[in-house]
Design a protein around this ligand. Structure first.
Ligand code: 13P
Length: 341
């Protein structure tokens, strides 16, 4: 392993003013997104949609440090035959790859899941590296509910995240370590804080046990946030303050950067939260975005599967990327949203 090289990539992924586009929806998830805009989820449509994003050259080069791809996409070519990976590289952005293979029910733990995909991972990573991937993603899912999460679910998922991260670094690929505590449910922000803290502590314990080099990884956590169905929604200031406090307590300063998932927050909420955290300042790591929905909902709607809407889709994407780029520096203002609208 060349740690200096891994660190260089990790630092570039969280460069000030930039963040990550999570375009790694599995076939099932992208179908759900396409259903919402009444577009059939065919291989060509998925290609056309993602090609539209990756050809948003201005947005990609200014605000998007890296793109997480799904297996299908990393092997796909643009309409003119150029590999999609090349489009990303030409824009000065780094190609990445989702390598987990989804979740399975966890035995003895009703309602809980474990992420799978470790078998043959070393071989797969080799092929992805040859194709241009310089970072990877693995997502663990922790749900909050009555009696859950169990320590069993937290432990097995942390163990798998660390196994994955160690394999990535051995393959000269920067692991994005993503333990996602879901925001579904009616729990309040303090319950989210408490569960996320347990999850992060266990995850970093496993990373240490399995000798993962913290300088060569990026953490992708959820924010400390109220459950979607909680009657009392925490303010932007409270989310920012509690998330920063939680991360300071759990994430070693050796980690170069933290790139949040959006997890079902609205576009503007996700931007406002990130911005408010960076406005607090004096942080030991970079704080940026690795958003899926919060970057893509607007372009998906503007595009709606029509080639004549490609320019509008790219404008919508460029706007969200720009807003989040500003938020990664604590330089966003809500007035900028209205100006664009
Ligand atoms: P969301 O920002 O839509 O949560 O997606 C990010 C992601 O990559 C989840 O694994």
């Amino acid at each position: 392993m060349n740690l200096a090289e891994l660190n260089k990539v990790a630092v570039a992924m969280v460069a000030p003013g930039k963040g990550i586009l999570a375009a790694d929806e599995s076939s099932g998830t992208i179908k759900k997104r396409f259903d919402a805009i009444k577009v059939e989820s065919t291989e060509d449509n998925r290609r056309d949609y993602r090609e539209m994003l990756f050809r948003s050259t201005d947005a990609m080069s200014k605000y998007i440090s890296g793109v997480i791809l799904y297996d299908e996409t990393i092997w796909q070519n643009a309409k003119d035959g150029t590999p999609l990976v090349k489009l990303i590289e030409q824009a000065g952005s780094i190609p990445g790859i989702k390598v987990d293979e989804g979740t399975q029910a966890l035995p003895q733990c009703p309602g809980e899941l474990v992420t799978v995909g470790l078998d043959k991972l070393a071989e797969r990573l080799k092929k992805y590296y040859e194709r241009g991937a310089r970072f990877a993603k693995w997502r663990a899912v922790i749900d909050i509910g009555a009696g859950i999460p169990t320590m069993t679910a937290i432990s097995v998922n942390a163990h798998a995240l660390a196994r994955y991260a160690a394999l990535c670094q051995a393959a000269q690929i920067v692991p994005i370590v993503e333990p996602e505590v879901l925001m579904d449910g009616d729990h309040d922000i303090d319950r989210c804080y408490e569960v996320t803290q347990r999850v992060l502590n266990k995850t970093f314990q496993e990373l240490r046990v399995q000798r993962v080099e913290l300088e060569g990884m990026v953490l992708k956590p959820n924010m400390a946030i109220s459950g979607k169905k909680c009657p009392k929604q925490a303010s932007v200031a409270e989310v920012a303050e509690k998330t920063v406090r939680m991360l300071k307590a759990c994430v070693p300063a050796a980690v170069p950067g933290i790139a949040f998932l959006s997890g079902g927050q609205s576009d503007e909420e996700a931007t406002a939260h990130l911005d408010a955290m960076n406005k607090i300042g004096n942080l030991p790591w970079k704080l940026t975005f690795s958003y899926g929905r919060a970057l893509q909902a607007a372009p998906q709607k503007a595009w709606s599967g029509k080639s004549e809407n490609v320019a509008a889709g790219q404008r919508a994407f460029a706007h969200r990327a720009h807003m989040n780029g500003l938020a990664s520096k604590g330089a966003w203002e809500s007035g900028l949203e209205k100006k664009a609208a």
